[in-house]
Ligand binder design. Structure first.
Ligand code: FAD
Ligand code: SF4
Length: 336
């Protein structure tokens, strides 16, 4: 294994200092816990000359979670989010998702901002430089083709695997960004653009976030819905420490025998975090096996797992669908 290349580290204390450092070093990269980007640097995937650390920016290290809204700073550690009493009580899917990420050491280092901006993954990409070179590289780095889908016409299908995004999507998550053109807030479902359409009209596994050059994620926010019960579940190869084979966040609201609200979101399946479209049409009716059959159809239509991991894409789609149906059934029973 090669040694890490030389780079400088800047440790700003304020958002203004962060933005100034970004402006002064356009080729810099942000680093929170480094549990993703350092692995990529080690593998020669990227070689930033400067890393700007987010951890000492105290204004980005706060969590507020009341009955109406949750606001989490980008520099909050995953372990802090997972253990936060109000998050566990009011936004259980978010706390459970945070608690399921990697292992305890990663959760103590890894940040919310790093998880939201996690790089997409693929068995042809998350390899050493010599392995990728020996296999002619691929579109996500310097190669000319996609090995997962050789006829992809320039589209990459690398999978988004961050666990937090689907949980925030349940609650209408939004991201506060700051950059050279000022501050803005983007709906989380518009932030992930990895639709991988062959007409190139959207992003893909390489270009998967609607973030502009020099922009920084400041906070993730979401709104509560009274009566909504939520949870997070994932399947992984090694239960103690592993990316999701597939992860599902679900939220259910019940009014007697009627399904009043249903939201389901996924990670580990597509080049974006997926908030399932069409669940509103299943609401306002009694919950039944037909609800779960219709949910199955929605998953089949919208989950686009490819052979980007050790498990076949068809298996991941199936397992994600089964997990979603089980989770929704469990939440329906709990909400009673
Ligand atoms: C063995 C192993 C298992 C893992 N398992 C999981 C898992 O189960 N689920 C999961 O979701 N992840 C997993 N991860 C990935 C990683 O640990 C987590 O996603 C973690 O939350 C990343 O946060 P970080 O602060 O360490 O990110 P970093 O590595 O510091 O950064 C990741 C990316 O985000 C960018 N970034 C960081 N902060 C900001 C910001 N404020 N604004 C804009 N961009 C920013 C960085 O430039 C970089 O591109 C695993 C990693 C390893 C090594
Ligand atoms: S999906 Fe294709 S282009 Fe994207 S990382 Fe994998 S092999 Fe490379």
């Amino acid at each position: 294994m090669d040694a890490l290349h030389e780079f400088d580290v800047i440790r700003p204390k304020t958002v203004a200092e962060m933005l100034a450092a970004r402006k002064a070093h356009p080729a810099s990269r942000l680093i929170g816990g480094g549990t993703d980007i350092l692995v990529n640097i080690r593998r020669g995937i990227e070689k930033p000359p400067v890393l700007i650390e987010t951890n000492e920016v105290s204004e980005l290290r706060t969590i507020a979670a009341d009955a109406n809204e949750i606001v989490v700073g980008a520099s909050v550690k995953l372990a802090e989010l997972a253990q936060h009493a109000a998050v566990k009580a009011r936004y259980p899917a978010i706390a459970e998702a945070a608690d399921s990420i990697a292992g305890p050491t990663h959760r103590n280092m890894g940040t919310v901002g790093g998880n939201i901006c996690l790089d997409t993954r693929c068995i042809f990409y998350n390899q050493s430089e010599w392995w990728r070179g020996a296999n002619a590289h691929c579109l996500k780095t310097v190669g000319q083709m996609c090995h997962v889908a050789p006829k992809s016409k320039g589209v990459c299908f690398a999978t988004f695997s961050g666990d937090l995004a689907p949980a925030f999507l349940l609650y209408g998550g939004e991201i506060d960004l700051a950059g050279p053109d000022g501050a803005r807030t983007v709906a989380l479902r518009d932030f992930y653009i990895g639709y991988s359409k062959q007409d190139g009209s959207t992003g893909d596994g390489r270009n998967y976030m609607a973030i502009k050059p020099g922009e920084i994620v400041l906070r993730v926010r979401a709104r509560n819905v009274p009566g909504l019960v939520s949870a997070y579940d994932k399947i992984r190869i090694r239960k103690s420490i592993e990316y999701p084979v597939a992860g599902v966040a679900a939220a259910v609201k019940r009014a007697g025998a009627t399904l009043a609200d249903l939201r389901v979101a996924f990670t580990g399946t597509n080049p974006r975090a997926v908030l399932l479209d069409g669940t509103a049409a299943l609401c306002g009716k009694p919950f039944s096996d037909a609800t779960l059959a219709a949910l199955d159809d929605l998953c089949r239509d919208q989950l686009m797992s490819m052979k980007t991991t050790f498990t076949p894409g068809t298996y991941r789609r199936r397992v994600a669908t089964v997990m979603a149906k089980r989770l929704v059934r469990r939440l329906w029973d709990t909400a009673a």
